[in-house]
Ligand binder design. Structure first.
Ligand SMILES: Cc1ncc(COP(=O)(O)O)c(C=O)c1O
Length: 474
């Protein structure tokens, strides 16, 4: 990697600062790509005619500030640059309010740069397990006719039928095509519910900790968010306030704690919702990847009053890139939501829906699930075995047993701050998150270890690094 650096005429005492400024600007302005290797200290020292130690000091500062990643014996690499590029780009005045309102950066969504050791961010399935051949065949099978034009806003009839048949078989959810509305992932379902079934200032009870983006959909549409605590059995039903109009839950794999909503709690929850005449939104997140026992009955199946909206997604099972999910509700509600959907995005994309319908009906989806279940189970078993060892030797205080899904949460000893640990791991080349974003209170956060993007080897390397970092911190 070459970049022009100019130190001619710079007094010796100011060379370190000048070199830092020039490299920092080059990174911030995107002249390097994330993951690019910086020149070795030796080659840069030769080229610029200054001491290697000066260069090493500058690199150490770039690493400490997160602009670069240093890896022992391997070199120094440019870190994720987008945040700095964005910060440097001006916001034209008419957009100032919009930019202030969203507040957050989406930089964390971008892929970690090349050269990272492991990506342990949660909620991401492995693209290496994507069923390329079967998917290609399903796409090809839809290409014999031109796309028809505007479709039904609730989704393609053959996909709605395929989904209804699939969830009946896999989850016992009693639905026909008329009960199914195809959405832009689970998020599309949350958002549609948020702006149709929730009025301004209606109270929406959410799990705490709970999935930030579901909560954000309701908050963005003017709902009042009420946090309800979660324990080992899932949402603590007694804490759902009497004014709740909607209750949003993740019964199959509480996001992020991993708790399964116990059978008793399921019954209590439906009873409480009945007393309050509230709607239940059941995000049946991660139900397809379950490693112990049989799946528990969905709330939708247990509910005899029709107040449960069941939400599913193909993001974890196939790919988030499809942007396809669905909700199941009584047909008249589906019609109303479909009508509301017209003003959002009119309909889901025709070709992807047609391909997914073929993929489900020709049996490729079930084949793919069998294969991915095996792969993720191996990773999960490896992770659980390693975490058990770390719990035994006291380097972590506890971990969720990972009964389902593609991640688990780890609580750390009192003297270790999960945010600090995550930052250190990031600098060392491991992308990892904590529960902080999902929490509404100020309790210490837990570490979240995802294994969707890390195969056994990467997971092992990352866990070694987590162990080593924890022991330096103790
Ligand atoms: C709790 C929860 N529900 C649902 C989803 C699926 O989201 P989507 O289908 O919008 O990609 C996620 C993704 O991370 C999630 O964490």
């Amino acid at each position: 990697m070459t970049v022009d650096l100019f130190l001619d005429g710079v007094p010796a005492r100011q060379r370190s600062a000048a070199l830092y400024e020039q490299l920092h600007t080059a990174i911030a302005h995107g002249r390097f790509a994330a993951g690019d290797r910086l020149p070795t200290t030796r080659s840069l020292a030769d080229e610029l005619g200054i001491a290697r130690s000066t260069i090493a000091t500058v690199y150490a500062r770039l690493v400490a500030e997160g602009h670069a990643l240093g890896r022992v014996g391997d070199g120094t690499f440019v870190g994720p640059t987008t945040a700095t590029v964005r910060a440097a780009s001006p916001v034209p005045a008419p957009f100032a309010r919009a930019v202030r309102q969203t507040g957050r950066s989406v930089a964390d969504l971008e892929s970690p740069p090349r050269g990272w050791l492991a990506d342990l961010r949660s909620g991401r399935p492995d693209p290496a397990l994507f069923p390329l051949t079967d998917w290609r065949q399903s796409v090809t099978s839809t290409l014999h006719l031109p796309p028809p034009g505007y479709d039904h806003p609730a989704g393609l009839p053959e996909l709605r039928r395929a989904i209804a048949a699939w969830i009946k078989r896999s989850r016992g959810v009693d639905a026909t095509a008329d009960h199914v509305l195809v959405t832009a992932g689970a998020q599309g379902a949350f958002d549609l519910c948020a702006h149709t079934i929730v009025g301004p200032d209606d109270a929406v009870a959410v799990e705490d900790p709970g999935y930030r983006l579901a909560r954000a959909s309701f908050a963005a549409r003017g709902a009042r968010i009420v946090a309800v605590p979660v324990d080992r059995d899932g949402i603590v039903v007694d804490h759902i306030p009497a004014h709740a109009r909607v209750i949003v839950v993740t019964p199959s794999h509480q996001a992020p704690t991993g708790a399964l909503l116990s059978p008793d709690r399921r019954r209590q929850l439906l009873q409480r919702a009945g007393e309050l005449d509230a709607i239940v939104i059941e995000d049946d997140y991660d139900t397809e990847y379950r490693y112990v026992d049989r799946p528990l009955e969905p709330l939708h199946r247990l509910d005899t009053s029709g107040r449960t909206v069941y939400v599913g997604s193909f993001s974890k099972t196939i790919s988030p890139s499809l942007r396809l999910g669905f909700l199941v509700a009584p047909p008249r509600v589906v019609d109303a939501l479909a009508d509301a959907r017209r003003v959002v995005d009119a309909q889901p994309p025709h070709l992807t829906q047609a391909a997914l319908a073929a993929f489900i009906t020709n049996g490729a989806f079930e084949r793919h699930l069998r294969r991915t279940r095996r792969a993720y189970r191996e990773r999960r078993d490896l992770l659980v075995a390693r975490l058990a060892g770390m719990a035994d030797d006291g380097s972590i205080s506890a971990f969720a047993p990972c009964q389902a899904g593609l991640h688990t949460t780890v609580s750390l000893p009192d003297d270790i701050d999960a945010e600090d640990l995550a930052r250190r791991l990031h600098v060392a080349g491991v992308a990892i998150a904590t529960t902080a974003d999902d929490q509404l209170d100020n309790r210490p956060s837990d570490l979240v270890i995802g294994f969707g993007l890390a195969d056994g080897n990467r997971l092992t390397v990352a866990l070694d690094l987590i162990s080593a970092t924890l022991s330096t911190l103790r």
